[in-house]
Design a protein around this ligand. Structure first.
Ligand code: PLP
Length: 695
C-alpha cells in the first residue's frame, strides 16, 4: 500500500505538485498541478483524481473538516474550527478573539431562545466597514489621488434598525453615509441621521413631487443630501421646489452607460436599463439647469451596474465611461465634482475567487486600486481634477455578519435492505407470466454485482426501475411490488457506490448516484423566509455543521425545510472546484441537537424573505465581543403566530373565541371531556402566542 507521502512524491517527481483532500462522502482526492498547465490560473491547474481511501493514512482531523467545507475559502479568515470541533467566528481576524458559535447557541438555549436563529456579529460588520475604508485610503495614497472617497450604505440591502444604527455609529470615524432608494427608506435615513448634517445621503429611485419636496426641505434644514435624477421629469420637480424654497440642492444624474454589469443583475445597467438618463437626456438636463441658472447644482454623475458583479473588468469599463462623462460635464460648466459608481462589489460565496455567479475574481484591495487607477488616468487624460468617489456597496458590507442557525429535526434515508424472501414470496403468489419482469431483473441485478460489472449492473437496474414505474402507472403492478422495486434499486445503488469507492477511479456514470441515494435532512427553517435567494435565483450560500467537526461526517444529504413546498430544499452546495449536489453531514444522535449554519446571509435575505406557510421572521440575536468573550447586544424576537396571522388579516382573539365555542359544543355533545377541552384550548392559545417554527 502506498502512503500519501509516497504518492505525493510520485506526482511531484512527474513535474507537478500534489496535495490530498477529502471529498464528497469520505472519498479522497489528490490535487495535482502539472507543469504543462502552469500557464493557467491556479484554480484551473488543479486536476481532481479520486484515490482510494487506504492511501490516506491519518485519522480525521479538524483540518479535514475545514478543507471539506471550504471554511478557509469562503470564510476569508473570519471562520475557523476550534479544538472542540466547533465552528468559530473571528470578527477581527485575530485568532485570540473568536466566538464559538455552538457555545453561543447553547447559551441562547439556556436563555430560552431556540433555533432557528439569526446571529448577527456586530464586530464583523465594523471590520468590513473599516476594511473598505482602508482599501480606498491605500489606493488613494498609492495613486496620489486628490479626490475624497466615501461609501453610502444602501439600506435596501438590510434595513434592520440595529444594523443601520451600528453603521451610523461608525460614520463619523469613516466619513460614510447612507443611500435611500424609496420614500420609506429616505424617511428612515433622515430620522437615523438627525443632527448629523455632514453625513452624506444619496437618494436614488423613482421620486414623486412629495419625495423631492422632502429632499429640498431636508437640504434647507442643513442635511447633506444628494438627489439623483432617474428620469427627466424629476429634474423639473427639483428645480420647481428648489426655487419655491430658495434652496441650492445637490443634484446627481444616473447615467445609462453602454457598459454593463455581469451576472444576475446585469440589466440594472446598460443602455436599455430601466433606470437613469441617456447621454442625450443628460445633455438636455444641463441645458435645462442652465436656463434656470442652476448648472452649479449638478454635482454628481452616478451609475449602478447591478449587484454581485463577479468580473472586475466590468467595473473598469464603467469607471472609464463614467469618468469621461464627468470630464465632459465639467467642461460644460456644471458644478460636478463627484462620481458615484453604485454598488455591485461582490462576495465570494463559494470561495473559488473566480468569475462565477456565486463568486468574484477580485479582492477588495484590487477593486479599490483598479477603480482609483482608472479614474485617475481618465481625469489626467481629459485634464480635469480628480473627482470625489462614492460607492454604494451594500452586499459586501453586510453579507458575512449574519449566520442562520437551524436544527435538524430528522431525516429520511434510502439505505434500506430489501427483504428478498418476502419479495420472492409475494412474487410466487402470482402466475409465472404475471410476475413483473422488472422486479425479477432487479433481484437478479442485486445478486450478480461483482467488482467487475458495476457499470453494466447500473445500466440494467436503471432500465428495470424505469420499467417497473411504467408498469405500476399502467396498473399492471401492485403497490407492495412497486415498493419492492424501489427498495431493490436503492440497495443496488448503495452496493455499487460502496464498491466504486474502493476502486482507483470513480465511474463517470455514477456521478448522480450520491445525490440519488443521499439522505434528506429536515431542517427547522423556511428557505422562503431565511434564504429566499437560494430558492429564487439559485444563490449559493456556504452551509455546514457548526459542531462535531472533529468527527468524520459519514452521511451525505440534501436539505429540506419545514414548509410544505417541494421547492423548499437545498441541493446545491458551495465547492470551489465543482458543483456539489450533496452535503456531508454527521449521523444524527437520538436526543441530541444537530445544528447547521447557513453563512453569509446578511445581505438582502431578511427583507426579501416571505411568509410562505406563515413561517415568520426568526429571532435575531446581536452578538458582540467584549473582553474576548461574547455578549448579547440585543435580541429581536421573531414573529409570533398571532403576528403572522395579523399580516393576513386574521384576528387571533376572534379565532380563539370561535374555537372555544366549538370546543364547548363538543363538550356538551360528549365528544370531548372537560380536561381534553382545556388541553386543546391551552395548546391553541399558547400556539397563537408562540414562535412560528417547530419548538
Ligand atoms: N445602489 C443601487 C442603486 C442599487 O440598486 C443597489 C442594489 O442593487 C445597490 C446600490 C447595492 O448593491 P450591492 O449590494 O451589490 O453593493
Amino acid at each position: 500500500m502506498k502512503t500519501s507521502e509516497e504518492r505525493r512524491n510520485r506526482f511531484e517527481d512527474s513535474g507537478g505538485t500534489a496535495s490530498f483532500e477529502r471529498g464528497v462522502n469520505s472519498f479522497y482526492y489528490v490535487l495535482v498541478c502539472s507543469r504543462e498547465r502552469a500557464h493557467l490560473s491556479e484554480y484551473e491547474m488543479v486536476t481532481l483524481q479520486p484515490v482510494k481511501r487506504s492511501y490516506i493514512d491519518s485519522p480525521w482531523s479538524i483540518q479535514d473538516s475545514a478543507n471539506l467545507y471550504g471554511v478557509n475559502d469562503w470564510g476569508k479568515g473570519h471562520f475557523a474550527i476550534n479544538d472542540k470541533g466547533n465552528l468559530c467566528v473571528r470578527p477581527t481576524l485575530e485568532p485570540t478573539r473568536q466566538i464559538d458559535i455552538f457555545d453561543v447557541i447553547q447559551g441562547l438555549s439556556d436563555r430560552g431562545l431556540e433555533a432557528p436563529l439569526l446571529l448577527r456579529f456586530d464586530d464583523m460588520l465594523a471590520f468590513r466597514l473599516r476594511e473598505l475604508r482602508t482599501a480606498f485610503d491605500q489606493a488613494l495614497k498609492e495613486h496620489e489621488y486628490t479626490g475624497q472617497y466615501y461609501c453610502v450604505y444602501p439600506i435596501k440591502v438590510n434595513q434592520q434598525r440595529h444594523l443601520c444604527e451600528q453603521i451610523r455609529s461608525l460614520n463619523a470615524e469613516l466619513g460614510f453615509g447612507f443611500e435611500a432608494g424609496s420614500k420609506p427608506e429616505l424617511l428612515a435615513v433622515l430620522g437615523l441621521t438627525a443632527n448629523m448634517n455632514s453625513t452624506p445621503i444619496v437618494c436614488n429611485g423613482f421620486k414623486d413631487s412629495e419625495f423631492i419636496e422632502t429632499v429640498i426641505l431636508a437640504t434647507k434644514l442643513g442635511r447633506n443630501v444628494l438627489v439623483v435624477v432617474e428620469k427627466f421629469s424629476e429634474l423639473e420637480l427639483i428645480v420647481k421646489h428648489a426655487k419655491a424654497y430658495g434652496v441650492q440642492p445637490k443634484i446627481g444624474v444616473r447615467a445609462k452607460l453602454s457598459s454593463r454589469g455581469a451576472g444576475r443583475w446585469e440589466s440594472s445597467g446598460g443602455l436599455r436599463s430601466k433606470f437613469g438618463l441617456t447621454v442625450a437626456e443628460i445633455v438636455a438636463g444641463v441645458d435645462f439647469l442652465k436656463q434656470h441658472d442652476m448648472a452649479q447644482c449638478l454635482r454628481m454623475v452616478h451609475c449602478h451596474l447591478g449587484s454581485q458583479v463577479f468580473d472586475i473588468r466590468n467595473f473598469k469599463h464603467a469607471v472609464t465611461e463614467l469618468g469621461y462623462i464627468y470630464a465632459e460635464l465639467r467642461r460644460m460648466g456644471t458644478g460636478i465634482d463627484t462620481i458615484d459608481i453604485g454598488g455591485g462589489l461582490g462576495v465570494d460565496y463559494d470561495g473559488s475567487q473566480s468569475a462565477a455567479t456565486s463568486s468574484v475574481n477580485y479582492t477588495i484591495a484590487e477593486y479599490a486600486a483598479d477603480v482609483i487607477y482608472r479614474l485617475k488616468n481618465v481625469c489626467e487624460d481629459a485634464k480635469v481634477p480628480h473627482p470625489n468617489l462614492v460607492t454604494e456597496s451594500g452586499r459586501y458590507i453586510v453579507a458575512n455578519s449574519s449566520v442562520l442557525i437551524c436544527n435538524v429535526m430528522g431525516r429520511s434515508h434510502f439505505d434500506v435492505q430489501p427483504d428478498l424472501n418476502k419479495i420472492r414470496g409475494d412474487l410466487s403468489q402470482l402466475q409465472e407470466k404475471e410476475q413483473p419482469q422488472p422486479v425479477l431483473d432487479l433481484i437478479d441485478a442485486l445478486e450478480r454485482i461483482t467488482d467487475r460489472n458495476l457499470v453494466e449492473v447500473y445500466h440494467d437496474s436503471v432500465q428495470a426501475r424505469d420499467e417497473a414505474m411504467s408498469l405500476f402507472s399502467l396498473g399492471y403492478m401492485s403497490l407492495p411490488l412497486r415498493a419492492a422495486a424501489e427498495q431493490l434499486f436503492w440497495a443496488i445503488g448503495n452496493e455499487l457506490l460502496r464498491r466504486a469507492r474502493k476502486k482507483d477511479r470513480f465511474p463517470e456514470e455514477f456521478e448522480d448516484l450520491p445525490q440519488l441515494l443521499s439522505d434528506i435532512y429536515f431542517c427547522n427553517f423556511s428557505i422562503f423566509q431565511s434564504a429566499p435567494d437560494s430558492w429564487a435565483i439559485d444563490q449559493l450560500f456556504p452551509i455546514m455543521p457548526i459542531h462535531r467537526l472533529v468527527e468524520q461526517p459519514m452521511r451525505v444529504a440534501v436539505l429540506a425545510d419545514i414548509t410544505c413546498d417541494s421547492d423548499g430544499k437545498i441541493d446545491n452546495f458551495v465547492d470551489k472546484r465543482e458543483d456539489k449536489r450533496v452535503l456531508e453531514v454527521h449521523e444524527l444522535v437520538p436526543e441530541q441537537n444537530y445544528y447547521l449554519g447557513v453563512f453569509l446571509v446578511g445581505a438582502y435575505q431578511e427583507v426579501l424573505g416571505d411568509l410562505h406557510n406563515l413561517f415568520g421572521d426568526t429571532h435575531v440575536v446581536h452578538i458582540r465581543l467584549e473582553d474576548d468573550s461574547w455578549v448579547i447586544d440585543e435580541v429581536v424576537h421573531g414573529d409570533t403566530v398571532r403576528e403572522v396571522l395579523g399580516y393576513v388579516q386574521f384576528d387571533a382573539d376572534e379565532l380563539s373565541r370561535v374555537m372555544r365555542r366549538d370546543v364547548e359544543n363538543a363538550v356538551k355533545r360528549g365528544a370531548l371531556g372537560v380536561a381534553e377541552s382545556r388541553a386543546l384550548m391551552d395548546f391553541y392559545d399558547n400556539g397563537l402566542g408562540g414562535y412560528t417554527y417547530l419548538e
